[in-house]
Design a binder for this molecule. Structure first.
Ligand SMILES: [Zn+2]
Length: 255
């Protein structure tokens, strides 16, 4: 799944004269962002194995650098590391998915509120451009790009709020949301209903923090409604219950 689109060499050719530590840090960041992007675009599904050797080869870096990138993603809950088995893209449970949405429902209205209070012209322009790109991808039926862009909208909003903690939090929550949607979406929908991002940005443009927060709260509710997060019913106990036969109703054997 990690395909030839990775051009680590191109992007790192200008850093050959830098100190090794800085280079390593940049390679690590590149690996992390490529994996996150592949998750946003749903090209790396939950449970997919992330082989250290293969990643080292693809990015042209040492296994140590790959290991550090994976360890950082594991800290954020995006990668699961299993003893003697290696690293895998996380497969959040329904409970995990509910927790992610609960956190988003608390944090994101505050982000929207903050942006409506402090966002300047340049950040607004960037949000507008983002909405335009989303609309173009939707019109073109380019689902992979649309899914990535709708996820990135939420991170872009956090960036507009000018708070790096929000950005880190939203990047992590968004990656976990993408994985949850892959596992538990009811239909074939992209996670974010059309038009709602546009409505939020319009409220921000009008300088209405309360309205922006309200619209975001509704938006997260709609995202949650697109997923089936109720726990599956408990498995039947015993053969009789599984077959729907009352255990006490013993029957005479047929002759
Ligand atoms: Zn959205």
């Amino acid at each position: 799944v990690l395909n030839s689109r990775i051009k680590a060499g191109d992007e790192m050719s200008d850093v050959t004269t830098e100190l090794p530590a800085a280079r390593r840090g940049r390679s690590e960041a590149l690996i992390r962002s490529r994996i996150l992007q592949a998750i946003f675009e749903r090209r790396l599904p939950p449970g997919e194995k992330l082989t250290e050797d293969r990643l080292a080869e693809l990015f042209g870096v040492s296994r140590t650098v790959v290991r550090q990138a994976l360890a950082r993603l594991a800290q954020d809950g995006i990668v699961e590391q299993q003893l003697n088995r290696g690293a895998f893209v996380a497969a959040p449970s329904r409970a995990d998915a509910r927790h992610v949405l609960e956190a988003r429902a608390v944090v994101e209205p505050e982000v929207a509120h903050a942006v409506a209070c402090r966002c300047g012209g340049a950040a607004l322009e960037r949000l507008r451009r983002h909405i335009t790109t989303e609309n173009e991808a939707r019109a073109a039926g380019d689902r992979a790009t649309l899914v990535r862009l709708t996820g990135e909208f939420h991170v872009t909003l956090a960036e507009a709020a000018g708070n790096p903690v929000f950005v880190r939090l939203l990047t992590e929550l968004q990656a976990l949301s993408s994985l949850s949607i892959l596992l538990y979406a009811r239909g074939e929908h992209a996670a974010c209903p059309p038009q709602e991002h546009d409505d939020i940005v319009r409220a921000i443009e009008r300088g209405e923090p309360e309205e922006a927060a309200r619209l975001m709260r509704e938006h997260i509710d709609h995202v949650a409604a697109e997923m089936d997060l109720s726990e599956p019913q408990e498995r039947p106990v015993g053969l009789a219950q599984a077959l729907g036969i009352k255990p006490r109703a013993r029957r005479m054997p047929l002759r």
